[in-house]
Design a protein around this ligand. Structure first.
Ligand SMILES: Cc1ncc(COP(=O)(O)O)c(C=O)c1O
Length: 449
């Protein structure tokens, strides 16, 4: 098939290069250069791609000097260019930048601090550091397979877990052109909008059980149930106490539970630092990344001691940049600011304002089928019919782009791409919430006009 007739793989809120002619000359030139230099695999956001040159707190400024409210970027939980993180990185960069093959106290202090955030004693787990969330999940799967002697991995139907070969094999949201691994099995999303929430724990466990049987029948066994505990790419589902029965089934079958906390981790959901804690779970491995260094590339896993004992004995682990002295400085400063500035409490209080505002908007706009979320993480589903709950991607796309024109950044999520994804830095305050809701209200009124 020629590249001209090929369908592009699924991506939410992606710029369509066929509309290039509609853009100003300066943007067209940059996009041409990107295509020439970076090739065809990258995607830009928005129908009119944005070009930022500066950020601070919850604000970004574009090349023309226009100020935007950032209600989307979770990689900077303590806000763009937070001075404490910038200072910590700068200080460490000009003092020493070495790797984990030398003794250093800071990595130990951070590991101790981080491990103290999970249930049970610090001594119950080890911390291992990587550069990206993909890196962390890849290591988690290797450890799980080594520990269990089994190969199968169960994920949700529209999950994303990363970009290594092993992880693209368990990331169905990359679309049909990206093959799933023969040892990957999918279960439906625990969709509390379309299914009875009271039945979800049992239903989810039954789906997992079916896939365990399937994996066993094919000789793979189950190494792990790997779940984003906020089901981010599946459309964001943050109900509590859903997952325990499924995790129990996996453990009975000799597998492990890996909580992918790359999205919900570090306080995004307000009530708990980690998404799995909302389900009362104690994962065998927790992977983390994105918000960990406020934009500095640092990620990692927290793994139970017995789970990694044989792997660590038999196979050495080294990651040139993972856990280096500068990465640890960024991670420590970020965690300190999350605590010192009370950002989890802020996520709860500002989040409540946004949630109430979204529910009010839902009353006025019948296109909104469902509002859900926790802390500072929300999804707003558009449907064509409130009874049938048929996804309406066109409306979500229109809203996301109209919001960008009003200089507020949000995006889209879910298999059908029909849900708004609102996921601001955790320093988002009540004035920011007010601006977000005011603009969203105006955009929705415009749609109904
Ligand atoms: C749930 C989840 N896991 C893993 C990853 C991979 O992280 P990274 O892009 O840092 O490799 C992502 C990235 O979007 C993610 O959303």
């Amino acid at each position: 098939m020629s590249s001209a007739t090929r369908q592009r793989g699924p991506a939410n809120n992606a710029f369509d290069p066929d509309t290039l002619a509609n853009l100003p000359a300066q943007d067209r030139d940059l996009i041409h250069r990107r295509q020439e230099l970076l090739g065809p695999a990258y995607r830009l956001f928005y129908q009119r791609p944005l070009h930022f040159v500066r950020g601070r707190g919850t604000r970004l400024w574009d090349v023309a000097g226009e100020e935007y409210l950032d209600a989307y970027n979770n990689v900077v939980p303590v806000g763009h260019t937070h001075p404490r993180v910038v200072e910590a990185v700068y200080e460490q960069m000009q003092t020493l930048n070495t790797n984990t093959r030398y003794l250093n106290e800071n990595i130990l202090n951070y590991a101790e601090d981080l491990l103290g955030t999970f249930s049970g004693p610090v001594a119950a787990r080890h911390a291992m550091f990587t550069c990206t969330g993909s890196d962390a999940n890849d290591l988690a799967l290797r450890i799980a397979k080594y520990r269990t002697g089994q190969e199968g991995v169960i994920v949700t139907s529209w999950a994303y877990h990363g970009n290594t070969r092993q992880l693209t094999g368990v990331s169905p949201s990359l679309g049909d052109a990206s093959p799933l691994a023969p040892w990957c099995r999918r279960v439906p999303t625990p969709d509390s909008y379309r299914l009875d929430p009271a039945e979800l724990p049992q239903r989810f466990a039954n789906w997992v059980e079916e896939q365990i049987e399937h994996l066993n029948r094919h000789g793979h066994g189950v190494a792990a149930l790997l779940l984003d505990t906020s089901f981010s790419s599946d459309g964001l589902f943050v109900d509590t106490d859903v997952l325990a029965p499924a995790v129990e089934r996996v453990r009975e079958a000799g597998g492990l539970f890996i909580a992918d906390e790359v999205q919900p981790g570090f306080g995004r959901l307000g009530s708990h630092l980690w998404g799995h804690q909302r389900h009362g779970l104690d994962p065998d491995i927790v992977s983390m990344g994105k918000p960990m260094g406020n934009g500095f590339p640092v990620a990692g896993i927290a793994v139970k001691r017995d789970v990694v004992a044989d792997f660590g004995h038999d196979i050495r682990y080294f990651n040139t940049f993972g856990g280096n002295t500068v990465a640890m400085a960024a991670a420590q400063a970020t965690l300190d600011v999350i605590r010192d500035e009370g950002l989890m409490a802020n996520a709860e209080s500002t989040g409540a304002v946004i949630r109430n505002g979204l529910l009010e908007l839902q009353k006025r706009h019948p296109r909104i089928g469902h509002v859900r979320g926790a802390g500072l993480y929300f999804s707003v589903e558009f449907v064509t019919d409130l009874d049938e709950k048929i996804p309406d991607k066109a409306n979500a796309t229109a809203v996301v782009n109209a919001m960008a024109e009003r200089r507020v950044l949000i995006s889209q999520t879910g298999r059908a791409g029909n849900a708004l994804k609102i996921r601001p830095p955790l320093v988002f305050d009540s004035a920011d919430a007010d601006r977000l809701l005011t603009e969203l209200s105006a955009v929705l009124d415009g749609l109904d006009a």
